[in-house]
Design a protein around this ligand. Structure first.
Ligand code: 0O2
Length: 224
């Protein structure tokens, strides 16, 4: 299968998943007046990047190796506001009809040694083609904005030093990751308070509405 045909299948899987994720976010916005997702992006891994990854794994660049061993040819990144949102979204994805979770990696609870933090899932999405249905693997990364900020900078630094990052820079990155984690925890705390206030405000409006409505009904029945 050439790269162009391969990307067609992965693009179809991404589209399906993005629609489902978008629906979750819209539902949240409507029901809870709150959206846990800041933004979603997706990408198909470049041919060069796939070849490099296979080489790193010591494998020949065949289609069989590619399909079997590279889990992130198609990738979706979900950026959330707060840490608890990550687990909420992961749970919802797990319960999506038609989606099978093949693998989970929780680098949020246990960050990587270098400080990297994110929640990864490999899921299988059924894609219907004219010749039948095939299961396509998609990697989902769920993280907060702060985690994303750290990861993209670390990725750039790795690229700049061609993965031979000096010890002092690696230490600085680990320290920054700790600061990022502290910031995320404080922001999550603030977010929780904000949501509690919103919940209380909605409760008060509902109680007020019920009281006014009941009083009006009683007055009407009493002929006032
Ligand atoms: P790129 O260029 O971003 O695509 P496995 O799935 O178990 O066979 P893999 O693929 O190493 O092994 O899994 P893992 O650890 O879940 O990593 C998958 C992707 O997560 C990486 O893809 C990165 O996008 C991201 N990632 C993982 N570790 C780090 C890290 O330390 N720093 C940053 N910035 N990103 C990380 P690629 O193909 O390595 O890179």
């Amino acid at each position: 299968m050439e790269y162009k045909r391969l990307t067609l299948v992965y693009t179809a899987a991404l589209k399906q998943l993005e629609t489902k994720i978008d629906t979750i976010n819209e539902e949240f916005k409507t029901l809870h007046k709150y959206n846990p997702i800041e933004h979603v992006s997706s990408r198909i891994k470049s041919k060069q990047s796939i070849t490099n990854k296979l080489k790193k794994k010591g494998l020949e660049a065949t289609h069989e190796n590619l399909i079997k061993t590279i889990n992130d040819i198609a990738g979706i990144r979900i950026i959330c506001s707060f840490i608890p949102d990550i687990f909420k979204i992961a749970d919802m994805i797990e319960n999506m009809q038609g989606i099978t979770v093949l693998k989970k990696k929780d680098y949020v609870t246990t960050p990587k040694e270098n400080g990297y933090s994110s929640y990864h899932m490999i899921v299988s999405v059924p894609v219907s083609l004219s010749v039948g249905t095939i299961d396509v693997k998609v990697e989902i990364q769920i993280r907060t904005m702060a985690m994303d900020f750290w990861a993209s900078l670390e990725h750039k630094i790795n690229y700049k030093y061609d993965k031979q990052v000096p010890k002092a820079v690696r230490k600085e990155l680990r320290d920054c990751a700790k600061m990022t984690h502290k910031l995320d925890k404080r922001m999550s705390h603030l977010g929780r308070n904000l949501m509690e206030e919103e919940k209380q405000a909605i409760k008060e409006i509902t109680t007020e509405y019920t009281t006014v409505y009941t009083t009006a009904l009683l007055s009407e029945n009493a002929g006032i």
